[in-house]
Design a protein around this ligand. Structure first.
Ligand code: FNR
Length: 380
């Protein structure tokens, strides 16, 4: 199948990836209410069709946090991408750089920040608050020294939400024997992945944190270490010491409430991502897009407001921009594309989002993404 849309990439990834990884990408927490809402609430928004405007010129570029982006889209941090494609973070970072959009590297990426920066464009760097502050400080200075332009500080994971699909697939909670049997079966039934990732995509460690997790060999051991290391005691004060090591822009990822958004401004952040972690944390919370307008109102121009969660097309991007986002991040969309076929498919997926955004702009009479606002929506 030749993929035409994000849902096609999802189907291709489902066929190519071992079940444990497909379910890990695709799933959300608990009953997956919020995961569904993220998508459904975007779908329910109606764009306002306009005709007979001069749409010969279109400007999709934005400037944000000192960077010029070719379109208001970025690749959200997604853990373990190196298990979905051979050295997956590097492949996705290359596709993003060629498309002129940012790639944000997860703390729990298979490829280290050094490996990704080595491909030419230092990534935005995502960090979780870990109990091991010494190691965090070390990670921050490594990313800074490599030239990462933006720190994305994820705050909606003081503890991991329960993901039922990961238990059912045997990804979490399985004994070593069960895990080995699952892996062997996955290998036999997914030969393309076995050749590309399992054999040629090594090492399968979490590159940026490997120094802190000396006793571990398997990716799941690293995830268990991370899960034990999430810090529930974290408050806004922690940004003070983060800033001692990191003097660049800081984006707070995982804000869903206007009061928290105002606190992010007070704490001196330069940006925030309206996000519920793609419906992977507290199930039952509202969708990102429904939280967005009040947050955008609450902070005005005090910082950059981005959004992620449920973006599956360029049309969704324009809807989010109309409701106050400066740019959108996509998580599953690029993880599916990577799983479907590596860098080339991530590049095609980004090109698809761009052309869909162009069509949406032309048919709503929007010449520049910077002018997107509520007037592009039909609210009757
Ligand atoms: C994520 N997300 C995420 N966020 C983060 O800050 N650090 C991380 O390591 C990860 N890892 C991760 C793995 C996978 C498989 C997924 C699907 C998501 C959340 C991600 O950055 C983003 O918030 C959501 O993916 C956005 O929702 P959509 O685009 O997937 O609907």
């Amino acid at each position: 199948m030749r993929a035409a849309s994000v849902s096609d990439y999802r189907e291709l990834a489902r066929r190519r990836l071992p079940r444990i990884f497909f379910e890990y990408i695709d799933g959300g927490s608990y009953a997956e209410e919020t995961l569904r809402r993220n998508v459904a609430d975007l779908e329910a928004i109606a764009l306002r069709q306009r005709v007979m405007k001069d749409m010969s010129k279109l400007d999709m570029s934005i400037e944000t946090l000192g960077q010029k982006l070719s379109m208001p889209i970025g690749l959200a941090p997604v853990g373990m991408a190196g298990m979905y494609g051979r050295r997956g973070e590097v492949q996705a970072a290359r596709a993003a750089a060629k498309a002129g959009v940012p790639f944000c590297l997860s703390t729990v990426g298979v490829c280290s920040v050094e490996e990704v920066a080595g491909c030419g464009t230092p990534p935005w760097f995502q960090l979780y608050m870990l109990k091991d502050r010494g190691y965090m400080r070390e990670l921050l200075s490594r990313a800074k020294d490599l030239g990462s332009p933006v720190l994305v500080f994820t705050v909606d994971l003081p503890t991991p939400g329960a993901r039922y699909r990961d238990v059912r697939s045997g990804f979490t909670g399985a004994s070593r024997l069960e895990a080995a049997l699952t892996q062997a079966w996955d290998g036999i039934t997914h030969p393309g992945w076995t050749w590309d990732v399992f054999i040629h995509g090594r090492p399968h460690t979490l590159g940026s944190v490997v120094g802190a997790v000396k006793e571990s060999r398997r990716v799941t051991d690293f995830l268990a270490w991370i899960a034990r290391n999430f810090d529930r005691s974290v408050t806004w004060k922690e940004l003070d010491w983060v800033r001692e090591t990191w003097d660049g822009p800081i984006v707070i990822k995982g804000v869903l409430d206007p009061e928290d958004a105002r606190d992010a401004v007070k704490a001196g952040a330069q940006g925030l991502v309206v996000s519920n972690h793609g419906g992977r944390q507290l199930d039952g919370v509202k969708s990102s897009v429904s939280a967005l307008p009040r947050i955008a109102d609450a902070v005005g121009d005090d910082l950059e407001v981005y959004m992620d969660g449920g973006i599956r097309s360029g049309l969704d991007v324009l809807k989010a921009l109309s409701l106050g986002a400066k740019a959108c991040f996509v998580g599953r969309a690029w993880a599916y594309a990577l799983g479907a076929g590596g860098e080339a498919q991530v590049a095609r997926m980004l090109a698809t989002l761009k052309s869909e955004l162009a069509v949406a702009m032309i048919l709503t009479g929007c010449n520049s993404v910077r002018q997107a606002g509520p007037g592009l929506l039909d609210r009757d």
